[in-house]
Design a protein. Sequence first.
Length: 131
Amino acid sequence: MGAPTKETAAENAATDNLETNKGTDMVTLKTIKSNKTLKRTTVHRIALGDITPNNLGQLKKLNTVLFPVQYSEKFYKDVLEVGEFARFAYFNDCCVGAVCCRKEPLKEVNQGIPSDQAKLYIMTLGVLAPY
């Protein structure tokens, strides 16, 4: 084994900043920035969280702000059914964005035979402008 490369060091640093909150489905990325002139460190908390019936209104409000399209109730019903493929993005515990995807079957074009493989279709992906 040789000396660690810049890529390896960057991967290790990224892995060190990942944290899974036990007992929840929330994944947190801890980012530390330092301001050398003030000799101060600021820690920002970045996390992904579930979209549930209890916070679906928050997704509706966010989509109204982010997109020039009004989504139907069927869209939001489908979002609740995709589980881990729909998430809120949080910055310092404030909801600043969301991603909503759905799984679609992948069909063999040449043979016309359905496959057990699937593709992921991104329905919406948005973050508030300041973030």
